[in-house]
Design a protein around this ligand. Structure first.
Ligand code: XIL
Length: 373
């Protein structure tokens, strides 16, 4: 009798303890059945130098994009030399926790060494030689991860703000069909992998028109393209999410998946004139442009919360079209927005703070998911 009573008391205690537990649901669980929830990961996390990172990532996210590890300058730094260590560890970590891996990115104008476009004497490559080099890179990298990467950002940021093709070395040397070739090489290297076109500001109308034309051209030629990535490097006051709403619908009409691939909401003043400005010139403005070093004021926290809630309401409305929403960083401390476009600022663009604590925006987002099930 006494034993039974003690067992009953123990069970009761356990029930009370579990219902009082402040354990938050993982983001990925809140959006189960809606879309994948991803994050960008870096070497500190993948190599276990941040002890909390891996368990946290596995709990919150079900998709991983290497933040830098698969970019040309990292994975193929010298002619004929491939460096797979970090990317391999990233893929192994993701697979261990059943997370989808996204390959980022194959053909881009940025984070690519100058030698790619030159011969051994430093002269510009011919079209054929550059195509050959592109093919070697894509088949080596995609081939290396065949069957392990669900989808690739094949071409990144190829369209300008006005909708024309961006003037890159790829375009200059190969011509417009460099985009088609990149998709074809990727498809040949892993016929089962999904292939995406990825860009920023491509929710804006002019740029969107260029992206739609690009995708239609691939489709007309029978070249595989599975999705369009909207990077989602957004701000408290821009863009107007109406335009995002409209763009998701327009892209969906092409019959492709849409994904938000690098999302964050910058809370710091980032005047347009600063983009690409000299750091020496910006130093004198640093204090006024870095106002929240001691913490984010409630008023701004509230704006961030409302903005995230509005955004997820919109994304959930399009859940039939959207296959994945990836945050560009695990928590505020890891965001590239602390260092871009001005280095050394304190930004707060994500759902978790620097101590891995959920922010009010996290609860607002979870709330939206519950409401729209
Ligand atoms: C950023 C990374 O977050 C930084 O670590 C790196 O120094 C620069 O690139 N568009 C992209 C991403 O497609 O690869 C970029 O990532 C952000 C803009």
């Amino acid at each position: 009798m006494k034993n039974r009573l003690m067992t009953a008391a123990l069970i009761l205690l356990m029930v009370i303890a579990s219902s009082c537990s402040k354990e938050e649901p993982g983001l990925k669980d809140a959006f189960e059945g809606d879309f994948l929830i991803g994050t960008a990961v870096n070497a500190t996390q993948v190599f276990g130098k941040d002890e909390k990172a891996q368990a946290f990532i596995a709990k919150q996210f079900n998709s991983v994009t290497p933040e830098d590890a698969m970019k040309w300058e990292r994975i193929h730094p010298e002619p004929g030399m491939y460096e797979f260590t970090l990317a391999d560890s990233t893929v192994a970590f993701a697979r261990k926790h059943d997370m989808t891996v996204i390959g980022h990115c194959l053909v881009w104008h940025s984070q690519i060494p100058g030698w790619v476009f030159q011969d051994s004497l430093g002269n510009p490559l011919t079209r054929d030689a550059l195509l050959e080099r592109m093919k070697d890179h894509i088949s080596t990298v995609v081939g290396h991860y065949k069957g392990q990467v669900k989808g690739w950002d094949v071409v990144n940021e190829a369209v300008d703000e006005d909708g024309s093709l961006r003037k890159t070395k790829w375009l200059e040397i190969i011509g417009e069909d460099y985009i088609e070739k990149a998709f074809e090489f990727a498809h040949d290297a892993d016929p089962d992998a999904e292939l995406y076109y990825n860009d920023y500001n491509n929710e804006e109308r002019a740029k969107r028109t260029g992206v739609i034309a690009l995708v239609k051209k691939l489709q007309d030629k029978g070249i595989r393209i599975d999705g369009i990535g909207i990077q989602g490097h957004w701000h408290l006051d821009s863009p107007d999410f109406k335009v995002v709403d409209e763009s998701i619908s327009e892209y969906a009409k092409l019959g492709v998946k849409v994904m938000v691939t690098e999302m964050e909401i910058n809370v710091l003043p980032t005047p347009v004139w600063l983009y690409g400005a000299e750091i020496s010139k910006t130093a004198e403005y640093r204090d006024s442009l870095n106002p929240y070093v001691a913490g984010l004021p409630d008023s701004v926290q509230n704006m961030l919360t409302d903005r995230y809630a509005e955004l997820f309401r919109l994304l959930l409305k399009h859940k039939e079209t959207i296959s994945r929403v990836t945050f560009w960083g695990v928590h505020d401390g890891y965001s590239w927005k602390n260092n871009w476009p001005i280095p050394g600022r304190t930004n707060y663009p994500l759902l978790f703070d620097r101590n891995y604590q959920p922010k009010p925006a996290y609860y607002a987002v979870i709330e939206q998911a519950k409401k729209m099930k």
